[in-house]
Design a protein around this ligand. Sequence first.
Ligand SMILES: NC(=O)c1ccc[n+]([C@@H]2O[C@H](COP(=O)([O-])OP(=O)(O)OC[C@H]3O[C@@H](n4cnc5c(N)ncnc54)[C@H](O)[C@@H]3O)[C@@H](O)[C@H]2O)c1
Length: 365
Amino acid sequence: MQTEIMTPNELKKFDPVFGQLSFDNHEQIVFCNDKDTGLKAIIGIHNTVLGPALGGTRMWQYNSEWEALNDVLRLSRGMTFKSAVTGLNLGGGKAVIIGNAKTQKTPELMLRFGEFVHSLSGRYITAEDVGMETKDMDLVRTVTPFVTGISEEIGGSGNPSPITAYGVFMGMKAAAKFAYGSDVLEDKVVYVQGIGNVGEALVENLTNEGAKIYISDINRERLEEVRDKYSVTIYEGNNLYAEKMDIYAPCALGATVNDETINQITAKVIAGAANNQLADENKHGMLLREKGIVYAPDFLINAGGIINVYAELENYGRQEIIRKTENIYNTTLEILTNAEAGNMTTHQAALAVAQARIDSRKKEK
Ligand SMILES: NC(=O)c1ccc[n+]([C@@H]2O[C@H](COP(=O)([O-])OP(=O)(O)OC[C@H]3O[C@@H](n4cnc5c(N)ncnc54)[C@H](O)[C@@H]3O)[C@@H](O)[C@H]2O)c1
């Protein structure tokens, strides 16, 4: 799917909302505005066939409202497929708040946002995303029950990052099994790009397995902190993609598999936590396939976080969270096998599994 932002002139040729390139088959888009608190937010509900649309709230200083709309359309669609492929009874939604989370996020603004979430009567359930913290969700919880990712002290599931990392690790093992015939990662050279919350927890899993780990990050302090804790090497070069490695784990930004990098990548496996790793799902998915690189779809293997918050709704415990996250291994292997058999990209194969679940539920209904 195309996700580029159009220029204002290009936009004039289209309907401004339904004509957006990222408009898929979204059920409902809610524009939330409140002058008193400065709130400008958009809630995107992509699909509710499998259940309420759950997805985090991102606060970001977008360059334009079009950019914010495009982001919420793209992200909410992604949530539909993430939950569907993971086997959760959830639909896909997401919210964006336009503004600087460091300077414009006030308690009043968050409470007003919570009221808008509440007005949707549970069709949309929010959670944390970029620019949000657990304490913001705790505040939203005071005005609506339709929020997850709240503190453990008030019944929440706590920090999702270690579970996300465990799911990525499971997906990586499955991809290694497919590419190398064994899921043992001992002595495999793995580059972890971005050692934030998820990246560091992934490093911990990889360390326990005996992988040869290289880490890269734009934050030098983080690099040194992680190096002092684990047996890893800091990557000091400036073009990680061309380095000789077995596995590339993008855990920072999206779109790192793009026209510029794709021909440099030497890894046989790509498996990481970052959302939207392929700059162009179809084009780059196909190129990876042609190059024989096994790509574990991001929205499938980074689903640990949503499994974790889903526990708050379904009241299941730690053991079930781990079991569901471990199952990412089986689903990944199944999808990689389907992709090969069906002459599809792995991304398309994962979407097909998700879509089949949605279609079959729709029929039942
Ligand atoms: N936290 C979760 O549970 C979760 C769930 C699903 C997906 N994700 C995705 O996984 C990725 C990592 O999430 P996180 O929670 O660890 O975020 P984070 O903000 O804690 O860490 C991101 C790290 O990437 C680094 N970084 C930024 N730009 C970089 C670059 N160009 N090169 C190298 N490093 C760079 C940052 O300095 C930071 O240390 C994000 O894309 C996020 O959307 C996270």
